[in-house]
Design a protein around this ligand. Structure first.
Ligand SMILES: [Zn+2]
Length: 139
């Protein structure tokens, strides 16, 4: 998914709004908790003594959700597009895997390693061979 500049700035705005709203909800939750615990039944909470707690939990959940969503959006909007990150990481992993396979083939003698010619019998042998595989002379 490649994001255009317009989409990105819109995402940035939304993510900032969500983060600010989430922080506001957190503050409201803390306020609700303190007012609920500090205040007594004389605050008009006689009918429902759990109202402050419920408000606190609701506000906290809403705040967590907003901050989470805002944070996720901000990651997409402010950092590299997700697709690009994936592409680079996959490419690197593929390159590593290909390199490992190539090294394995070369170690097994199946790769196209550099060949050198024996000085005495002119047979081709791999570059890192210390002795000729045909005549046994040192390379
Ligand atoms: Zn030889």
């Amino acid at each position: 998914m490649r994001l255009g500049p317009g989409t990105r700035s819109a995402l940035r705005a939304v993510s900032v709004v969500l983060l600010v709203a989430g922080l506001g909800l957190f503050l409201a939750a803390v306020f609700a908790m303190f007012s609920g615990f500090a205040g007594g039944p004389e605050d008009g909470l006689r009918d429902d003594p759990f109202a402050p707690m419920r408000n606190f939990v609701l506000l906290l959940f809403a705040g967590v959700f907003c901050v989470g969503a805002g944070g996720a959006l901000a990651r997409i909007a402010f950092l590299k597009p997700v697709a690009e990150v994936f592409a680079t990481e996959t490419e690197g992993a593929l390159r590593t895997a290909a390199g490992a396979v190539g090294e394995g083939l070369a170690a097994g003698g199946l790769g196209h390693g550099v060949k050198v010619r024996c000085r005495s019998c002119r047979a081709l042998d791999s570059e890192d061979a210390r002795f000729c595989s045909s005549c046994g002379e040192p390379m």
